[in-house]
Structures are given as C-alpha cells and as structure tokens.
Design a protein around this ligand. Sequence first.
Ligand code: 5CA
Ligand code: ZN
Length: 412
Amino acid sequence: MRAWSSPVVPPLSVRGPVVRVHDTATGQLAATDPQGAARMYVCGITPYDATHMGHAATYVGFDLLNRAWRNAGHEVTYVQNVTDVDDPLLERAAKVHVDWVELAERETELFRTDMEALRILAPDQYVGAVESIPLVIALIERLQEAGVVYEVEGDLYFSVTADPAFGQVSGWDRETMLKIFPERGGDPDRAGKRDPLDCVLWLAERPGEPSWDSPWGKGRPGWHIECTAIALEHLGTSFDVQGGGSDLVFPHHEMCAAEAQVAEAGTRFAQAYVHAGMVAYDGEKMSKSRGNLVFVSALRMSDVDPMAIRLVLLAHHYRSDWEWTDDQLWDAVDRVAQWRKALALGAGAPAAPVVENVLAALADDLDAPRALAHVQDWVDATLGTTGLADTSDDEAGATVMQLLDAALGLRL
Ligand code: 5CA
Ligand code: ZN
C-alpha cells in the first residue's frame, strides 16, 4: 500500500545522544541499541473514521523516536499497518451503507493527508491487512506445525500459553487479562475454547462479510496475527521497538508477541514495547466507538495551522494520559506566532546550548515538553523578554529553525 510523502529532514551538525525509551515489559527506561538500521513497527489505524487527536498524538510520539534515532546517527526502518478489514470497519460500513473497501480507502487517504500536514515521517513499508493475507496464512500454517492451533466451529484459535513468555509484555495477572480481554475484542466465554484467553487467528466466512480462500476454507484473518505477520515479514524478529497506544498493550501486543515467539522458536518478538498515553475529550478516552472526537482534518479545514496542532501534542509527554481542550490549541497558535517572530530575527541568543538540550531531552524517553521549555527559553532570550542575551549569535535563527524541523517536526 502507498504511504504518504515524507517531509525532508534537515541534517543537523550535532549528533544526538543514545536514545532511551520506556519499555512496558520491564517498566524501565532502556537504551536502544540498534544493530544496523533501527527497526520500528507501529500499529496503524483501522480506517473507518477520520484521524482524531488520540491517533495524531500516538503517531507524533513515535515520530519523535524516529527523528531521535536519525539524529543519533541511525538509519531507521519503519513499518506501519492499516487494519483494512476487521469487525469495527465492517460494522461501520454496514451501518452507513457504504462499501467497506471504499470506506477503508477513503479514510486511509484522509489519514495520509493528516500525517503529511503534521509532518510525520512516512513508514518505509505501509502495509494493509488485506494485501497481507498470504503472509497471515503462511504464519498460521507455521503455528499449526508447532501444534498450537485448534478449531472452534470452523474458526482457528491460538493457544496463548504455548508461549512461556505469555504475559510478559503487559505484566498483568490472569484476572486483569480476563477482565480487559472482552472489552478489547476478545471472546473469553466462547464455548469450545481451551483457554478463555486464546485468540482467534482465522475467522470462517460469515454471511454478508468479505472472505478469502485459505487451506481452511473461505474466511478472514483475526486482528493480532495481522500485525505479527507484517512485522516478522518486514522487520524480522527482535526488532527494536513495537509501538502503539497504551490501549494496545493487552491483548494486542501480548498476543502478537506470543504468536511470533512460538512461530520463531522462542526468539523474542521485539526488544522493547513502547506505548503512548491516551488522549481524552469530554472526560473519556477519545475513541471512534464513543464518538467524542476532535478530528485533525476538521481543524485543518477551519484553517488551523497544523504546526499549532503538532505543538499541542508535543506539549504533553508521549506517555502521559491527557485531555484535549480548545484552549490549548489557541495557546499553541499564539506560541507558534511568537516563535516565528523570534526565528525571523535571524540573530539571537546562542543556539548551541538549545541544540544540545533539545536533543538530550528527546533522547531521554522522548521528553518533548522539556525540549519545548528549552526552545521557549531561547525564544524569550532572543525576544529580550527575559533580558537581552549577553552574546548574540548571528546564525541562531537558522540553527534553531533547523533544530525544530529535524528534532520536533515543527517547520516554522
Ligand atoms: N488498527 C489497530 C492497531 S493494529 C488500531 O488500534 N487502530 S485504531 O485506529 O483504533 O488506533 C490507531 C492507533 O491510535 C493505535 O496505536 C491506538 O493505540 C492509537 N489510539 C487510539 N485511540 C487513542 C487515543 N484516544 N489516544 C491515544 N492513542 C490512541
Ligand atoms: Zn497492530
């Protein structure tokens, strides 16, 4: 599938430090140590509605990791999926009487334009679930050879406990897993399952739903196996970071890891599992199913500068849960104007310290709020609101502009 077009990233003359990120599996900050290109998989959208601020915050978060790696001198191989066939998409298409393929294509295209507007680096591989069905089938066959697949009324299930490491991504106990599983697409109570936590690999054809040929008859892939198959195909095992919002910790990333680790004889799926916090609106997690949404595209249509949207997202640490309010957007609009004014002066307070501090903050678990505070100090010093800078730097405006572009994805 076609990705969106990537913004050009200006090269920086200073190299950033080793990048550390929080790994959900260990609960600790871990220094990333890419062997060759840094390899990252981030779970993509289910395209049945427009990109909301929660999605945007998650993808901006991983964009910071992509940029921090590049600024630390690594190449990056970035893979993202599109869940272009799954229950919520088919349900929405049926509800609004739109062809599911058309709905998925339209929303995916809107997502691409939102990502471009927000200056998010495009994945090297942008892969749909539908086009990955042969990969999914081949992976299920490997799991069958490992003896960890069984059938319930024509549907295929994966025995999660076949992976001795099952549970290590989330670190949750069984009770918590059993409580959350049905809230996130799981079916613990289905008769015929060997373990309530087992997850579906292949769904036999349902009336009125799309289906594809397979060795088990017509049907379609389950959700988790889609990301497992795409990640293994394009990144291999033990890739550096598996990412997504914190709503994917369990079951999604737990199941992906278990499936891969059984198929790959115990080799770990990812080195680190990195999760972005949830963005709320009107007191609840922003979600397509609840409908409490602020769309990136709607703001763009009302002439809001996408860089102001990006600045609102950057003002929250990627791991924190927070609530969107319009006031934050209007503050960001003012801030963008103020920063542009400082940058346009050309000369300003010395740029070298802000470059060093911003790169250090971002390498330290993508601490964008701290990075923004350093930029704000430079802007204040340059505009003279906190006393004139003692030494002026003729190139400061250009240097800071490049820094904002390369490290924070803000082109001002
Ligand atoms: N297609 C699957 C992943 S394979 C999916 O979860 N799609 S999604 O459209 O529901 O979400 C896309 C991405 O946005 C996921 O990484 C998800 O964790 C993240 N996300 C969804 N809602 C929010 C929110 N309110 N705040 C932050 N991130 C969110
Ligand atoms: Zn996924």
